[in-house]
Design a protein around this ligand. Structure first.
Ligand SMILES: O=C(O)CCC(=O)C(=O)O
Ligand SMILES: [Fe+2]
Length: 314
């Protein structure tokens, strides 16, 4: 297929959800080409409201402003829920810890749900008081957008429309609230806010942070600074999608560089869409082309392996 797009596609989600057949087909083609040739697309006209995003940034900043003593009770062994302190996670092949702290929100379930046997329960701080409501609302809103993106990706890969959607239904998806504090005096000169890495999951829906810093490596090996309206979402592909598509859609390498202007905090909120833990990451037929490059692996086994590599589990 020849490259049709000369710049990162900016897609209107409304054109897909409310458009006619031609608008949907155009959206699907641009999504696929954007993933294949740039590694990501920009999504506008989505349903995540300005009011919700503003509230989420407020709540996130208020939480991270708490003292270490107030935040540390929420640290968990595998870092999959609650709080992970500054300097813990590092990119897979990096010796330096990233200059960030974060909080993870997972899927909610009733105590009687079968999901209770699979997932760790969420942790919630008492303060800020709107924290829980806000982030459960944001989890649902980003998941809704993400499920539509997974659906729109399917026809280009010749799988049924609900193939990836089904895989991610009740999946081990995680909303990450990130705080990159001002770079401390004496920080390791080799350390950056987030060293170059690929996300582990299927796709990531990233709320574009206010202020710059995010860079994506394009397919020609060039770092592209992402400079988009903070109202937009950025959607990129992770390692699990790369495995399933035999690297037809490679995972997008990205990083967050240190500020060159004022040394101020940066906040961002990626939503990592994961399959159900029992889903098999298996190369799809349309991408097999002579054989699968990666052996089949259960989604949860792959996740555990990668969590070790980034220092979140022993
Ligand atoms: O902060 C950002 O903009 C990106 C964060 C990121 O890539 C990650 O946490 O995996
Ligand atoms: Fe990432």
């Amino acid at each position: 297929m020849t490259q049709k797009y000369t710049s990162v596609p900016e897609l209107s989600l409304r054109a897909y959800t409310d458009g006619d057949a031609a608008a949907r087909a155009e959206f699907e083609a641009a999504l696929f080409q954007g993933f294949k040739y740039f590694g990501f697309i920009i999504l506008k006209d989505h349903k995540v409201s300005h009011e919700l995003l503003a509230r989420a940034y407020d709540q996130s900043a208020a939480f991270f402003a708490l003292s270490d003593a107030e935040k540390s009770p929420f640290v968990q062994a595998d870092g999959q829920r609650g709080y992970t302190p500054f300097g813990k996670e590092h990119a897979k092949d990096s010796k330096h810890p990233d200059l960030k702290e974060f909080w993870h929100v997972g899927r909610e379930f009733e105590p009687t749900s079968p999901l209770a046997k699979i997932y760790e329960p969420n942790l919630w701080p008492d303060e800020p008081s709107e924290f829980r409501n806000t982030f459960l609302e944001l989890f649902d809103a980003l998941e809704e957008a993400g499920l539509v993106m997974l659906e729109a990706l399917a026809p280009s890969l010749n799988v049924p429309r609900d193939y990836f959607r089904d895989m991610a239904t009740d999946g081990n998806s995680i909303l990450r609230l990130l705080h990159y504090p001002p770079i401390p005096d004496g920080a390791d000169p080799g350390a950056i806010r987030a060293a170059a890495h690929e996300d582990i999951n299927l796709i990531t829906i990233l709320v574009a942070a206010e202020g710059g810093g995010l860079e994506l490596l394009d397919r020609h090996g060039k770092w592209l600074a992402i400079d988009t309206d903070p109202e937009n979402l950025i959607v990129d592909a992770g390692d699990m999608l790369a495995r399933i598509t035999n690297d037809v859609i490679p995972a997008t390498t990205h990083r967050v560089v240190n500020p060159t202007g004022p040394n101020v905090s940066r906040y961002s909120m990626p939503f990592f869409m994961h399959p159900h833990p029992d889903a098999m990451l298996s190369c799809i037929e349309s991408c097999r082309n002579g054989g699968a490059k990666h052996p089949d692996i259960r989604a949860d086994d792959f996740l555990r392996q990668r969590l070790k590599e980034i220092g979140l589990t022993a």
